[in-house]
Design a protein around this ligand. Structure first.
Ligand code: NAD
Length: 417
C-alpha cells in the first residue's frame, strides 16, 4: 500500500516541516513525532473450515491532549504498525483543523477481508474488540470505519464492548447503523464534507459546479458518495476506478448506475459504454476536479507533473507525497489536503458520539447544516492562512492543527515533572 514511500516517514516529514515553519516548542516537537501509545494484539479466529488463523491487529493513539482518541479501523493485507501510526498522526491534525474535541488514533488488522466470509469477519472483529476492550471506551477511544470496514463491523464492535460492560453503549464507536445509535448523514459525511470543501474552492475561483468534470480514484464509500453528490449538483463524473482498474467516459457516467454495476460484478470495470483505463491513467486524465479516494501514496514525484485537474480534493488519507505536494503547488494547482477535505467523516462521527452520549438524535438537515458550518469555517481559516503565509493548503492546515494541539499540551503541562 505504501509502496516506495513509508507512510510514517511521510507523516513525520510533513510534521517536521510544519514544526520548523511555526517555530514549534522543541519539547512539543519531540513528543509529537512519536505516538503516545501503540497496542499490538493477536487475534486467533476459527475459520469456516474449522482451522485457526491468527491475525495481527493494531491500535495506535498518537495524541490525546484535546480529547479522547478517535480514528477508524482498517482491514487490509498491507496494514502495518507504521501505517497505522502515520494515520493516527494525521487524525490528530485533522481533528484539530476542524476544531473538534478529539485526539488522534487509528486501528487496523492485517487481513484480506475480500477472502473472508461474513462469519469469519464477525469472529475477527469480536476478538479484536475483546483484546482492546480496556482501550476502547466512549471517554477514551472511539473507533470508526475505514478501508474495508463498514457499519456492520461497527455494530459488532459496539455489541462486543456492550456485552463486556453489561449495557448498551452507543458512544463507544461511530459509523454504526442507524437503529443502534448511528447518525443520519454519517455514511455520506466524508464525501459531503469533501464536496463542501470543493464548493468553497469553486466559490473562491468564481467557477460553477455545472462546468466541472470529475475523476474519482477509489469507488468505495468516500469515492461513490462524492461522485453521487457532485453529479446531483450538476458536475460531470468522467471517470472512476477501484482496485481492479477504472472506467472513463468524457460525456459522463451515472454514479448510481455505476455503483449498481460494481455491486453486481465486484468492480467498476466492464461498465457498458465506458472505456477501460488503469488507475495511473485516471489520475492523469483531462478533468477539472480529481478526487483520490482510495489509498495513500498515489500522487508522487513520478506523476505529479502530469496531473491535469486544477482542483485536487483528497478524499483518501495520504494520497500525495511531500515531493508531489511541492510539484502541484509550483504548478498552481488548488490542492485540498486530506486533513481538511476528508474531515467531514470525523466531524459527523463527533456528532454521532454527542448524540449517543445524550441519547438524543438530530435530523439529517441538522447534521448536514452543522457539518457545512464546520467545513466552511475550516476551509476559510486554511485558505486565508495559505494566502497570507504563501504556503500550500496542507502546510496551512497543519500550521493551524499543530498549533492547536501544542496549545493544549502546553496548557495541560507535563506530568509528572
Ligand atoms: P472503502 O473500502 O469503502 O473503499 C475503498 C475503495 O478503494 C474501493 O472501491 C477499492 O476497490 C478501492 N481501491 C483499493 N485499492 C485501490 C487501488 N490500488 N487503486 C484504486 N482503488 C483502490 O473505503 P473508504 O471508507 O471509502 O476509504 C477510502 C479512503 O478514504 C481511505 O484512504 C480512507 O482512509 C479515507 N477516509 C475514509 C473515511 C470514511 O469515513 N470512510 C473518512 C476519512 C478518510
Amino acid at each position: 500500500m505504501s509502496g516506495t514511500h513509508n507512510a510514517l516517514d511521510v507523516a513525520v516529514r510533513q510534521f517536521d516541516m510544519v514544526a520548523e515553519r511555526i517555530n514549534l516548542d522543541p519539547a512539543i516537537h519531540k513528543r509529537l513525532r512519536v505516538p503516545a501509545r501503540c497496542y499490538i494484539v493477536s487475534c486467533p479466529v476459527r475459520m469456516d473450515d474449522r482451522s485457526v488463523e491468527v491475525f495481527t491487529g493494531y491500535r495506535v493513539h498518537h495524541n490525546t491532549s484535546r480529547g479522547p482518541a478517535k480514528g477508524g479501523i482498517r482491514y487490509h493485507p498491507d496494514v502495518t504498525l507504521d501505517e497505522v501510526t502515520a494515520l493516527s498522526m494525521w487524525m490528530t491534525w485533522k481533528c484539530a483543523v476542524v476544531d473538534i474535541p478529539y485526539g488522534g488514533a487509528k486501528g487496523g488488522v492485517a487481513c484480506n477481508p475480500k477472502q473472508m466470509s461474513r462469519t469469519e469477519l464477525q469472529h475477527l472483529t469480536r476478538r479484536y474488540t475483546s483484546e482492546l476492550v480496556n482501550v476502547f471506551g466512549p471517554r477514551t477511544d472511539i473507533p470508526a470505519p475505514d478501508v474495508y470496514t463498514n457499519p456492520q463491523i461497527m455494530a459488532w464492535i459496539m455489541d462486543t464492548y456492550s456485552m463486556s460492560i453489561g449495557y448498551a453503549e452507543p458512544g463507544v464507536v461511530t459509523g454504526k447503523p442507524i437503529p443502534i445509535g448511528g447518525s443520519l448523514g454519517r455514511n455520506e459525511a466524508t464525501s459531503r464534507g469533501c464536496v463542501f470543501s470543493i464548493y468553497s474552492m469553486l466559490k473562491r475561483l468564481n467557477r460553477d459546479v455545472n462546468e466541472q468534470t470529475v475523476a474519482v480514484q477509489g469507488y468505495g464509500n468516500v469515492g461513490y458518495h462524492a461522485a453521487d453528490i457532485l453529479h446531483d449538483a450538476g458536475a460531470t463524473i468522467v471517470a472512476a476506478s477501484d482496485s481492479r482498474g477504472g472506467v472513463y467516459n468524457p460525456k459522463g457516467l451515472d454514479p448510481r448506475d455505476l455503483a449498481a454495476h460494481k455491486n453486481e460484478t465486484g468492480t467498476v470495470q466492464g461498465y457498458p459504454g465506458a472505456d477501460s483505463i488503469t488507475n495511473e491513467e485516471l489520475l492523469e486524465l483531462e478533468c477539472t476536479v480529481l478526487i483520490p479516494a482510495a489509498l495513500d501514496n498515489q500522487i508522487t514525484e513520478r506523476n505529479a507533473d502530469r496531473i491535469k485537474a486544477d482542483i485536487i480534493a483528497e478524499g483518501a488519507n495520504g494520497p500525495t507525497t511531500p515531493a508531489a505536494d511541492d510539484i502541484l503547488y509550483d504548478r498552481g494547482k488548488y490542492h485540498l489536503p486530506d486533513v481538511l477535505a476528508n474531515a467531514g467523516g470525523v466531524t459527523v462521527s463527533y456528532f454521532e458520539w454527542v448524540q449517543g452520549l445524550e441519547r438524543y438524535f438530530w435530523t439529517e438537515e441538522e447534521v448536514n447544516s452543522k457539518l457545512k458550518g464546520i467545513m466552511d469555517r475550516a476551509f476559510e481559516n486554511v485558505w486565508h492562512l495559505s494566502q497570507t503565509e504563501k504556503v500550500n493548503m496542507r502546510m496551512a492546515s497543519y500550521m493551524i492543527g499543530v498549533k492547536r494541539v501544542a496549545e493544549a499540551m502546553l496548557l495541560r503541562g507535563l506530568y509528572p515533572q
